[in-house]
Design a protein around this ligand. Structure first.
Ligand code: NAP
Length: 479
């Protein structure tokens, strides 16, 4: 297992020689040590990416696509090894880690295809010949979170590499090993030195070094809204283009025409992925009063049956929260809800498991929730499901849209007219209608409002790394 930083094709340590530990959140066992680097290493990563840009951008799209496809094949070949590593440093159940490797791969496949379909355009302008073409924006930076350490990086690497950009990358401190493993596979798949560079360490120093460098033309960030704001301010000096994939607080609305059994299945699939530590997880459940009690009872009994434990063990549905701060927040949200009158239908406490760290939380279903509660207003990022009843669509829509976030929302209904209306009226970038997994590599993914802007996935993801150039020539003889 590699543990270094990648700069200009070489695996290196921090200048100071300092490292920090990476540990398994389920056991606190140290599983690796990575360089504790800072601004100097970050700048050298930009030197390398800048140096590699012209040659990579000049390659025909089909050549770049072949490298992406080779990387995808390598990830497929190493799926078990990569999934085990991901589970070890992140905690998620092994089947979910395998699914994440597959999801990561799908971005390389989709981008390899999409980069070969980019075409120049020739808008019709009387007396002129106009060509609109797109070129890679240059050096792109990416900063990623810990919840999907492989996929979040793949979502940024695949489209950027596909169009000819070179990159500097910083993964989250909790999960750098998956990122390093991904770059190791990239190098083995024929990515030239300098095209991808990775630095681990001080986030503020690394982020600032990149934003202060005018050679960096783009920053793609996935993480919290607070850090997104800091980065957006930092990008003001050099006017780097931004994609900000920020926090979410998804509502799931179960309408009166839904099948309760289907709604419960959908809630289970959408909510408990990664123990609720997923930006598009439903965090607020709105259930029509005619189905409320039945939904609550079935959802609570399915939730209570979920088994927690170490992600590598068979039958585990819920891993640990990523760190102590994460479980403290979950606990505080539940305590606040109870104090404000919520009823705990199931869960509500930490789940102690012998021999494992105190970082597991019971799947928790709360009723009698209202909009003054923290769990109704903020992203809990854990296995907590606050539920409220509603009487009609207008009320459900108003409650669903009553959030500063706008990443994802979910709807359970079979009414086509309602589906059309809600597609217009729900203020989120992604809407899953009877679909617990709307995020796939072929479609645009991203938020509105405080969930950020920019899109990842499909050709839309590639456009984030392209700048548009208009070449306008007067036709001979025209004035
Ligand atoms: P975070 O604290 O914002 O961290 C994300 C990344 O930003 C990490 O690599 C972190 O580095 C880095 N960072 C922190 N402070 C920084 C600074 N001042 N300058 C530059 N980089 C900095 O978020 P998180 O807690 O890891 O992730 C959870 C959040 O991500 C949730 O809000 C979730 O909704 C959101 N998320 C959104 C999406 C989406 O697609 N919209 C997807 C997944 C997650 P260190 O780890 O070294 O601190």
């Amino acid at each position: 297992m590699r543990e270094g930083n990648l700069i200009d094709g070489r695996w290196v340590g921090a200048d100071s020689g300092a490292t920090f530990e990476v540990s398994d959140p389920a056991t606190d066992r140290v599983v690796g040590r990575v360089p504790d680097a800072g601004a100097d290493e970050a700048r050298r990563a930009v030197d390398a990416a800048f140096g590699a840009f012209s040659a990579w951008a000049a390659k025909p799209a089909i050549e770049r696509a072949k490298v992406l496809e080779a990387l995808s094949a390598r990830l497929a070949g190493d799926r078990e090894e990569l999934a085990a590593l991901l589970t070890e440093e992140q905690g998620k159940p092994l089947p979910e880690a395998r699914a994440e490797i597959d999801y990561a791969r799908s971005f390389f496949e989709v981008s390899a295809k999409a980069c070969q379909e980019i075409r120049d355009e020739t808008p019709s302008v009387p007396g002129k010949k106009v060509l609109v073409h797109r070129r890679p924006i240059g050096v792109a930076a990416a900063i990623t979170p810990w919840n999907f350490p492989m996929a979040m990086l793949a979502k940024k690497i695949a489209p950027a590499m596909a169009v000819g950009c070179t990159q500097v990358l910083k993964p989250a401190e909790q999960t750098p090993l998956s990122a390093i493993a991904l770059l190791d596979r990239a190098m083995a798949s024929g990515v030239p030195p300098g095209v991808l560079n990775l630095v681990t360490g001080d986030p503020a120093a690394i982020g600032s070094a990149w934003l202060e460098d005018p050679r960096v033309r783009k920053l793609s960030f996935t993480g919290s809204t607070d850090v997104g704001r800091i980065l957006m301010r930092g990008a003001a000096t050099n006017l780097q283009r931004l994609s900000l994939e920020l926090g979410g607080h998804a509502p799931m609305i179960v309408f009166e025409d839904a099948s309760v059994d289907f709604a419960v299945e959908m809630a289970m699939a959408a909510k408990y992925r990664n123990g609720g530590q997923t930006c598009i997880c439903p965090n607020r459940f709105l259930v029509h009063r005619s189905l409320h009690d039945q939904f609550v009872s079935k959802f609570a009994s399915r939730s209570a049956a979920l088994v927690s434990g170490r992600g590598r063990d068979p039958g585990i549905a819920l891993g640990p929260m990523i760190d102590d701060a994460a479980i403290d927040k979950v606990e505080a949200h539940v305590a606040d809800a109870i104090q404000q009158g919520a009823t705990v239908v199931t869960g509500g406490r930490r789940r102690r498991i012998e021999g494992l760290a105190d970082r597991f939380f019971e799947p928790t279903v709360l009723t009698d929730c209202h909009s003054g509660m923290r769990c109704w207003k903020e992203e809990t990022f854990g296995p907590v499901c606050p539920i409220r009843g509603f009487d009609d669509e207008t009320e459900a829509l108003a409650q669903a849209n009553d959030s500063e976030y706008g990443l994802a929302s979910y709807v359970v209904t079979n009414d086509p007219a309602r589906i059309r209306r809600l597609g217009d009226e729900l203020r989120t970038g992604i809407i899953g209608v009877n679909d617990p997994g709307p995020a796939v590599a072929a479609v645009p993914f991203g938020g509105v409002k405080h969930s950020g802007f920019g899109r990842e996935g499909g050709r839309w993801g590639l456009e984030e790394y392209l700048e548009m150039v208009t070449v306008s020539s007067l036709e001979p003889g025209a004035e």
